[in-house]
Design a protein around this ligand. Structure first.
Ligand SMILES: *Cc1c(COP(=O)(O)O)cnc(C)c1O
Length: 385
């Protein structure tokens, strides 16, 4: 018997998507972003599938510690760095790399007299996101201060983040790239700029190719800079109106449930909480065991597609905690127990996000504990975790 509601994860798709990142950014190292429980997919299982990435990135120290405790040994960057001495010590203990974005962090580092060169850092420049990082001359001051911290490994690496790279018409991204490149021009450390939208849409943000003459006389093209893909590893498009398939990506998660009731509702009756849907005709109504308690967004509007027996039918009425209702007039033979797909496969999560006035990130991250994860372990079998 299959579980009532489950998310099927295709980990081969993760490997495929990583290979796609390499095609978009062939001269870069890849820091695979697996924060927020790998965007809802499970941090350790996704990390295992990403063994071909050069490193991993998480948002918070506890996520990095969890990866170390699970045995992962590759470089792990903590995008928010540490906020206090205790967190710094945890990072040192677990060999986590810190993004440095505020003066308080530098104060803490200056007071350390531990092992020299123990901490790898990324100094963050704020190029217009106005979230984390140093701006203008503050950035250079921070660089000089960090360069004098005995505990900090040299050379210091340099990082910034795009604010609007998913809008290919917004010139801001080009200005962010220029601002960053100008500021770091004379610094030797590795750089990192691009997220998924940057990798796909703004190749200039990741393509710093350096030609060096080798002693043999040949020129060697080299780039030690890093890209930071998140969403595209999970098979989704960062651009509105597109899906991952448009960029050669394969969806990793599909969300499944089943019909638990089929009934008739007369024309004129309303369906569900607050009666937001009124049947215009006699309606064959299906009830599916999935709701916002599973992470199916409550704001998904009537008309959003749901796959019942592989065919699209419209969601009708409010999403409730444990159930949704669908119009089965196109499926006279549908009955309780029939399979339902909420997203994945033939139904891109990007499309459901549009019907819920949100972005695919929130839907993937929002899968709750109640949803069982079913992992594809081999071509011929699935295994529940
Ligand atoms: C989340 C995050 C990423 C990955 O972004 P995607 O849009 O998912 O590719 C990269 N860099 C930073 C700093 C992030 O916070």
């Amino acid at each position: 018997m299959t579980p009532a509601a489950y998310a099927h994860l295709d980990l081969e798709a993760v490997r495929h998507n990583l290979a796609q990142v390499k095609r978009y950014a062939p001269n870069n190292k890849i820091m695979a972003v697996i924060k927020a429980n790998a965007y809802g997919h499970g941090i350790t299982r996704v990390a295992r599938a990403l063994d071909q990435a050069n490193g991993l990135a998480v948002a918070r120290v506890d996520e990095g510690v969890r990866l170390r405790k699970a045995g992962f040994t590759q470089p792990i960057t903590v995008l928010q760095g540490f906020v206090c001495v205790d967190e710094l010590l945890l990072m040192l203990q677990h060999q986590l790399e810190a993004v440095i974005h505020t003066h308080q962090q530098i104060d803490i580092l200056q007071q350390q007299n531990g092992e020299p060169l123990a901490l790898s850092v990324w100094l963050k420049m704020d190029t217009g996101m106005n979230r984390l990082g140093f701006k203008g001359s503050d950035f250079n001051t921070a660089y000089q201060q960090l360069a004098k911290c005995a505990i900090v490994k040299q050379p210091i690496r340099l990082i910034t983040h795009f604010a609007n790279a998913d809008d290919l018409l917004d010139d801001k991204t080009r200005r962010q790239i220029e601002l960053f490149n100008d500021a770091v021009r004379d610094y030797p450390g590795e750089r990192s700029i691009a997220n998924s939208a940057g990798i796909i849409g703004w190749p200039l943000g990741s393509a710093r190719i350096e030609s060096r003459a080798e002693p043999s006389g040949q020129t060697q093209e080299k780039n030690n800079d890093w890209v930071r893909p998140g969403l595209m590893l999970y098979g989704c498009s960062p651009f509105a109106g597109k899906t991952g398939a448009d960029f050669g990506l394969k969806p990793v998660m599909s969300l499944h449930s089943r019909l638990i009731s089929v009934k008739h509702v007369a024309a004129g009756e309303t369906v569900g909480y607050s009666g937001t849907w009124q049947c215009q005709t006699d309606t064959r109504l299906g009830v599916v065991s999935i709701g916002y308690g599973d992470g199916y967004h409550r704001h998904t509007r009537s008309g959003a597609p749901v796959l019942v027996n592989g065919q699209r039918v419209p969601l009708i009425g409010r999403v409730s905690m444990d159930m949704i209702t669908v119009d089965l007039n196109s499926q006279p033979n549908a009955q309780p127990g029939d399979p339902v797909i909420l997203w994945g496969g033939g139904l891109p999560v990007e499309e459901i996000a549009r019907h819920a006035d949100t972005i695919p990130y929130t839907l993937l991250c929002g899968i709750t504990q109640r949803v069982q994860i079913v992992e594809q372990v081999a071509a011929d079998g699935i295994q529940a975790r």
